[in-house]
Write a protein that binds this ligand. Structure first.
Ligand code: GDP
Length: 590
């Protein structure tokens, strides 16, 4: 149990947090600086950032989040009525990259889709449905990073079963562990699909041993309760059994939904399409969605114009656990928004306006978020990968672009990795390959067909096309420079020798001295030097000349100083103070 528990709301200013923690503001500002975040005393940091700071400073303090009473914008928990009916399970397929999630989904959908319609899935809506006997299973595509966070938010109610795909020839990897954590935090059941069992190098026993010994997931055959199925997405072996097991595990949950209630659910994707306007993928959780209903999601609303199932077939009604696309939203809702049905246009407008105001307030009130911090910390501690996909008109230029890119050097801090390359125009495949990673698709003397451009803008993939190789290389250099963590630069502004100490309190000192070099002013940091040793770092909160508050005091003048300290600090006559400021300077690659 931590010595101290403090409660904060969504965000807090640096100054308030320093007060609450009884620390000098400089300590917090310094810690933020060290992590590459330039924050001032009045800037607001979010709850997660505060938590990171407390952890990094190794304080024995527990921060709790204040429960917001106005949780109105959040989804209200749906209490099932006694008329609730059985619904298909919602299953997320997750696992390490290249372990076969996509292949597994393809294999399930290709072999199992009811009518084997030519062309199969026409639209990528991230969610599909398959039949097993007379039952349906809703499958969610492996969510990308953003999707992952939103899913986690909704996970507890949305995902019933997580299929963890582990390649039998590769074993448990970081994203496998991430998937296990996700399933556990979402309270979802797990079924492990040990994939690529057809390979000669497959070693399913090793996967089972890893899961059992390191993650407390014991296979049933060893007396445990984790369902593990050996499959091959390539040959189809074990796929039926996997689906049966998913249903069996889901049955233990008694999954139900209300039908006789206004439709509600989650936005899983949204984009604009020429001729159709907004095309939004939804997953219905309760109720039935029909054309003409007035849907509201986040800051968007509109009347349902058309409904299409995951294969792009027009449908008239969509019940619980159904993934579908709708048209009719006047603007695009965001991934992760909940949708509901409003009775009147006025109600829809009120709901969206309220949401808009909440979002604006949120955006305005937090300047530094935990995500910024984590990004900075990871930039600081790890070397970064800059991933690129390169397309060129002919093999010769492709080779020279790739070779030149590899020569862009950042002294080891950022590594350029070519994760895909080829000759020809930029294709949908290139965009898909990039979608999950923060990758740049470089084109050299090639084109970006309009359909691919749309896909790229929908998936927020950066495509950059050049005709001159040096311009391409300059762009790569500057992108890699952006990944370099900024440098904290200290700027000396002056020195002072202490001539007298007037008051020493628990966390502050009032003293006087003579400026021996440069100048001193308030809101800077001072190093306290005694016998050539740095004994503390303090914050100058105010400066006085002849008992008057002064902006700056220069070399040769006497002044009084109020210093804020970390702990009780006995400053002595003769101590030297060195004043400086800290600035964040972004670096570039020469
Ligand atoms: P994802 O990144 O998890 O979606 O993985 P993919 O489905 O893209 O598969 C990665 C690679 O593994 C591809 O080259 C697949 O052809 C291959 N692969 C997937 N499943 C199997 C399998 O069951 N057997 C074999 N031999 N290869 C597979």
């Amino acid at each position: 149990m931590a010595e101290k528990v403090i409660t904060i709301a969504n965000s807090i200013t640096v100054g308030e947090l320093a007060d609450t923690l009884n620390l000098p503001v400089t300590t917090l500002v310094g810690e933020l600086f060290k992590n590459g975040v330039a924050a001032t005393i009045n800037q607001r940091i979010d709850f997660e950032t505060a938590q990171i700071i407390v952890d990094e400073l190794d304080l024995d303090v527990e921060i709790q989040k204040k429960q917001q009473s106005e949780a109105s914008s959040e989804r209200s928990v749906h209490n099932l009525s006694d008329k609730a009916v059985e619904r298909p399970p919602i299953v997320a397929v997750m696992g390490h990259v290249d372990h076969g999630k996509t292949s597994l989904l393809d294999s399930i959908l290709d072999t199992k889709t009811v009518d084997g319609e030519a062309g199969g899935i026409t639209q990528h809506i991230s969610a599909y449905q398959t039949d097993r006997g007379d039952r349906k299973i809703t499958l969610l595509d492996t969510p990308g990073h953003e999707a992952f966070a939103a899913l986690r938010q909704h996970g507890a109610t949305l995902t019933d079963v997580v299929v963890i795909v582990v390649a039998a020839d590769d074993g448990v990897k970081p994203q496998t562990v991430e998937a296990i954590r996700f399933a556990r935090s979402a309270n979802a059941k797990m079924v492990v699909a040990i994939n690529k069992i057809d390979k000669e190098t497959a070693n399913p026993q090793l996967v089972k041993t890893q899961l059992a010994t390191e993650y407390d997931m014991n296979p049933e055959e060893w007396g445990g309760d984790t369902v593990m199925v050996e499959v091959s997405a390539k040959t189809g072996q074990g796929i039926d059994k996997l689906l049966d097991m998913v249903l069996l595990v889901a049955d233990m949950e008694e999954l139900k939904a209300d039908i006789d209630t206004p439709a509600e659910g989650l936005v899983i994707e949204s984009h604009m399409e020429q001729g159709r306007g907004s095309v939004v993928s939804l997953l219905v959780e309760h109720g039935e969605l029909k054309p003409g209903q007035l849907m509201v999601a986040g800051t968007a609303y509109g009347k349902v114009r058309t409904l299409h199932d995951y294969k792009g077939r027009a449908i008239k009604i969509a019940g619980p656990s159904t993934p579908l696309t709708v048209t009719g939203f006047k603007e695009l809702p965001q991934f992760g928004d909940n949708f509901t049905i409003a009775k009147t246009e006025k109600e829809a407008r009120q709901l969206t306006e309220k949401k808009r105001q909440e979002r604006e307030k949120d955006a305005a009130s937090t300047n530094v978020t935990g995500a910024d911090m984590l990004k900075m910390i990871s930039q600081k501690h790890e070397s970064q990968d800059f991933k690129v996909i390169v397309k060129a008109d002919v093999q010769g230029s492709l080779t020279s672009v790739i070779d030149s890119l590899k020569l862009v050097d950042t002294g080891g801090e950022v590594t350029l990795r070519v994760i895909g390359s080829g000759v020809g125009n930029i294709s949908e495949n290139d965009i898909r390959l990039a979608a999950d990673e923060k990758t740049v698709v470089y084109g050299f003397n090639v084109e970006l067909p309009p359909a691919v451009k749309r896909l790229a803008s929908r998936d927020k993939v950066q495509v950059r096309i050049f005709k001159i190789i040096y311009e391409l290389l300059d762009d790569a250099r500057s992108s890699m420079g952006d990944l370099l963590a900024p440098e904290v630069v200290e700027k000396e502004i002056g020195k002072l020798t202490i001539k007298g100490v007037f008051r020493t309190l628990k966390d502050s000192v009032i003293a006087g001295g003579e400026v021996t070099e440069g100048k001193v002013m308030a809101n800077v940091i001072a190093r306290v030097i005694r016998d050539k040793e740095n004994i503390a770092e303090v914050e100058v909160t105010s400066v006085q000349r002849q008992q008057q508050e002064a902006k700056e005091v220069f070399e040769g003048e006497m002044c009084g100083l109020s210093l804020k300290t970390n702990k009780k600090l006995l400053i002595e006559e003769g101590d030297k103070l060195e004043f400086f400021t800290r600035e964040l300077v972004s670096r570039s690659i020469s």
